[in-house]
Every structure is written in structure tokens, then in C-alpha cells.
Design a protein around this ligand. Structure first.
Ligand SMILES: [Zn+2]
Length: 114
């Protein structure tokens, strides 16, 4: 008896098992519980990976826009002593910086897990 990884969820299972205990992947028909075959499963995983990467890139864009907007508000308003504009620029810069850093960390993490 050997231990293999489920192609669907990576749970370690016996090669004698007919279905995966983790996700009900069917080893006889080579289909997942949802009825997807190996190729469809890989395509689905690729799509999920692309979608996750895309949403992270969108978040990075939003962060950069917030930083840019904060800089513009500070440049045209805040530096001339308007405290409301000053506060607004710091809030935008802060949100942008935190969001950008969080996005970078998540991008690095998602690359490592692949
Ligand atoms: Zn599984």
C-alpha cells in the first residue's frame, strides 16, 4: 500500500482508496465530487490562481491611486495650512501605504505557496 496525494485537494490518502476522504474525488472515473475530470480540474485551479492574482493586482492599483490622491491633496491643499486637507491627505496616504504593503505580502505569499 502506498500513500499518494489527492489530485484535487492534496490530502494524503491510500492508493487503494476509490474516493478521497477529503473532497470525495473519485479515483475510478478520475472525477471530482462536482464531476470535473483532471483537465477541467487543472483549468479550474488555473482560473482561480489567475483570478486571485488579478484581484491582488487590482488592490495594489487602488493602493497606488490612494497614495497618489493623498500626495495631490497634500500638494494642493494640505501644505498651505488647511488642516482638513492635511488630515485627508494623511488618511489617504496611510490607507494607501497599508493596503499596498498588505497586497505585496499577499502576492509574495501566493507565489511561495505555488
Ligand atoms: Zn481530495
Amino acid at each position: 500500500m502506498a500513500i499518494i496525494n489527492c489530485p484535487s485537494c492534496n490530502t494524503k490518502i491510500s492508493d487503494k482508496a476509490t474516493t478521497c476522504s477529503g473532497c470525495n474525488y473519485d479515483f475510478i472515473s478520475k472525477k471530482t465530487a462536482q464531476g470535473l475530470d483532471q483537465e477541467q480540474l487543472l483549468a479550474k485551479q488555473r482560473m482561480q490562481h489567475i483570478k486571485r492574482k488579478y484581484s491582488l493586482q487590482m488592490q495594489a492599483m487602488v493602493a497606488i491611486i490612494a497614495i497618489l490622491a493623498g500626495s495631490l491633496v497634500w500638494y494642493f491643499g494640505g501644505r498651505n495650512g488647511s488642516s482638513v486637507m492635511n488630515l485627508l491627505s494623511y488618511v489617504l496616504l496611510g490607507i494607501g501605504a497599508i493596503l499596498y504593503l498588505a497586497t505585496r505580502v499577499r502576492l509574495i505569499m501566493s507565489k511561495k505557496s505555488k
